[in-house]
Write a protein that binds this ligand. Structure first.
Ligand code: ADP
Ligand code: MG
Length: 357
């Protein structure tokens, strides 16, 4: 097994520079998710790692071997990489076992070795007993597991995933997230996983690398990105957020055309103000602790089964919150909210938060 090291990676297609100086160290056995909107350079980065693209500048190493640098590129088949894509790219006319064995036969491995690898790969993805089925008889989720088994049977040093769940229906996609995570944990193979779906990223990742316009915007554990976004883009892309502009001074922040709130951040001047819906506490009576306690009216209320989504009107601004449906609040009702000062994230407007010293 190996780690992966990407240094100052640039990739240009003619006038378009898709990746602009990505620096990323991935530890042995780590699962890193490249997250970001369409066109931000996720697939290009992955294709560079796989050796499917020559790089424009920088370097990529697998373990301590440089596999890509300017003007020199180790071909994909020599990189010991497994790949799983959105389109499963499995052979419809072959059985499950034939599909999984395909790459192993190309490598001219002895027959007993092929059989044993196919068996353990199918066991790993929960398809024992399916080996002689034709893949056309399988569901989408099962077909994607065949693709995963085929990648793993090659015993790669690195696994690469590009939106592997995008073609599945919503329910299956949600279930497969947990499965993929469990399989990767069991195997402990260093993995890079591309998605534009922030919830998928949060379930699967050890570490999320948020990309924007070919550069890394922020990286960290899912909890870091969610609770400590460094930019407005990060705050908006990962999770739901209430976002306002305002002015901060002396531990207080004034939301433009809205209330003044106490905050624990030290920022001053023009800021963007961010807090998460679930941080807003709701009560029928005025809270005993008056800090950031405000009267609110329910403007809209939506029942979503596991939660109730509320849009509140508070001193001229809208605040979104989510409650347990057991706490149901009808449109038009009045209530009290409070927002803990430590839940309020202040970002210098249009800029980036200073690293804490
Ligand atoms: P993502 O996977 O994050 O959606 P991509 O890496 O596919 O983004 O694309 C990043 C940028 O590079 C986009 O602007 C895209 O149009 C451009 N791009 C990708 N592949 C090519 C190519 N083969 N030729 C020209 N431009 C490309
Ligand atoms: Mg892509």
């Amino acid at each position: 097994m190996s780690g992966l090291s990407i240094r100052k990676l640039y990739k240009a297609y003619g006038a378009v520079t898709a990746v602009k100086g990505v620096d990323l160290e991935i530890g042995e056995g780590e699962l890193v998710v490249l997250l970001g909107p369409s066109g931000c350079g996720k697939t290009t980065t992955l294709r560079c790692i796989a050796g499917l693209e020559d790089i424009t500048d920088g370097s990529i190493s697998i373990g301590d071997r440089v596999v890509s640098e300017k003007g020199r590129s180790l071909p994909p088949e020599q990189r010991e990489i497994g790949m799983v894509f959105q389109s499963y790219a499995i052979w419809p006319h072959m059985t499950v076992a034939e599909n999984v064995a395909f790459g192993l036969k190309l490598k001219n491995l002895p027959k007993p070795e092929i059989e044993s690898r196919v068996r353990s790969a199918l066991e790993l993805v929960g398809l024992t007993g399916y080996s002689s089925r034709h893949v056309s008889q399988l569901s989408g989720g099962q077909q994607q597991r065949v693709a995963l088994a085929r990648a793993m049977a090659l015993e790669p040093r690195i696994l690469l995933f590009d939106e592997p769940l995008s073609n599945l229906d919503a329910k299956l996609r949600e279930k497969m997230r947990f499965e993929l995570r469990q399989i990767q944990q069991r195997l402990g193979i260093t993995s890079v996983y591309v998605t534009h779906d922030q919830q998928e990223a949060m379930v699967i990742a050890d570490r999320i690398v948020l990309m924007r316009n070919g550069v890394i915007e922020q990286m960290g554990a899912p909890e870091d990105l969610y609770h400590r976004p460094k930019t407005l883009f990060a705050a908006e892309f990962v999770g739901l957020a209430n976002i306002y502009s305002g002015e901060a001074r002396g531990g207080e922040v004034r939301i433009a055309n809205g209330p003044v709130l106490k905050s624990s951040g030290a920022a001053s001047g023009a800021v963007d103000i961010v807090f998460r819906p679930e941080q807003v506490r709701v009560s029928s009576e005025q809270p005993a602790d008056a800090t950031n306690a405000l009267r609110a009216t329910v403007k809209e209320s939506y029942f979503l089964g596991n939660i109730e989504d509320l849009i509140l009107t508070v001193e001229g601004i809208d605040i979104r919150t989510q409650l347990s449906p057991a706490e149901h609040r009808a449109s038009g009702s009045s209530l009290w909210i409070s927002i803990p000062p430590e839940a309020i994230i202040l970002l210098p407007r249009g800029g980036q938060m200073e690293e804490a010293a």
